[in-house]
Design a protein around this ligand. Structure first.
Ligand code: MN
Length: 291
């Protein structure tokens, strides 16, 4: 290990008093200098929410623990841009969340969003979540997190490193790199009547997942630790190709008056103007390899 211990900012969305963050901070303190900046209460499913419409307060609890009355994203921001601006953390670790963050659920997750924020700030990050089930314990996950971070610190970490790690309930049976699975939501809105006879709604239901090999769901199902590398570029690159031909058509409807006039016979004729459109488009080379 280098002379200067690497700094690890630990945060979560279950709040600073949760057991998962306590065990993660303790485990990572063996491989680096841990600073905890976490929400003062549960912020699960707050996603990538950033508090902009009220002031935030930071309270230092002890030498290396700060509590914020905000979201996980607020915590990462205040940690990186304020508390540790003189020497930003080398890694942001989020968790260990009570409950897994698999498949589409990462888009709701405060745990994972803390790592999105780290990524935006150019800091490598890892989200850790623990499946709830038989033989529940944070201990095996915390142990793995310590070894994993020690291993990663032996290499040069790319600033956009963003790993979503899920631990199965019980003792893990190996590790698998995986892609995000897809959830299937069933009967997810419950409608009831309040005491005044007005309807109200709960977002509920029993989520299931599509069975598909290579997904994080499948790995957890097999009792493996699942690791999914994520990135924040939400561009659909296949879509750029698939929807590319639409560009020429949309250009016609947004263009100046004259091309509109030329396109006028379109509903009646069909074929001819379409050909003209394609030719016009070809001039600008929509078929080029840029997509
Ligand atoms: Mn949570």
């Amino acid at each position: 290990m280098s002379a200067e211990r690497r700094r690890i900012l630990v945060t979560n969305d279950d709040g600073i008093y949760s057991e998962g963050i306590k065990l993660l901070a303790e485990a990572l303190a063996e491989v680096g200098e841990v600073v905890v900046v976490a929400p003062d209460r549960e912020q699960s499913a707050t996603s990538h929410s950033l508090t902009l419409h009220r002031p935030l307060r930071i309270r230092q609890l002890d030498e290396n623990q700060w509590v914020v009355d905000g979201t996980p994203t607020d915590c990462v921001n205040l940690g990186v841009l304020h508390l540790f601006k003189d020497r930003p953390p080398d890694l942001v670790a989020s968790g260990i969340n009570f409950g897994s963050n698999l498949g589409d659920d990462v888009t709701y997750s405060g745990t994972v969003s803390a790592t999105f924020e780290a990524s935006l700030l150019g800091i490598p990050s890892i989200a850790f979540s623990q499946q709830v089930g038989e033989h529940f314990s944070f201990a095996p996950g915390a142990r793995f997190a310590r070894r994993m971070v020690a291993e990663l610190f032996g290499t040069e970490l790319p600033p956009d490193l963003l790993l979503n790690v899920n631990f199965p309930a019980g003792e893990p049976r190996g590790v698998a790199f995986s892609k995000l699975g897809r959830r299937i939501y069933q009967q997810s809105i419950v409608e009831k009547l309040d005491p005044r006879g007005r309807k109200y709604y709960w977002i509920a239901g029993t989520p299931e997942f599509k069975e598909e090999e290579g997904t994080d769901f499948a790995a957890i199902d097999r009792g493996q630790i699942s690791i999914t590398p994520l990135h924040l570029d939400l561009t659909d690159y296949r879509g750029l190709e698939t929807f590319g031909p639409l560009e020429g058509r949309l250009r016609r409807i947004t263009g100046p008056a004259e091309p509109m006039a030329a396109a006028e016979p379109a509903p009646a004729g069909g074929g001819a103007p379409a050909g003209g459109g394609a030719a016009a488009g070809a001039g600008r080379s929509p078929g080029g390899g840029e997509g």
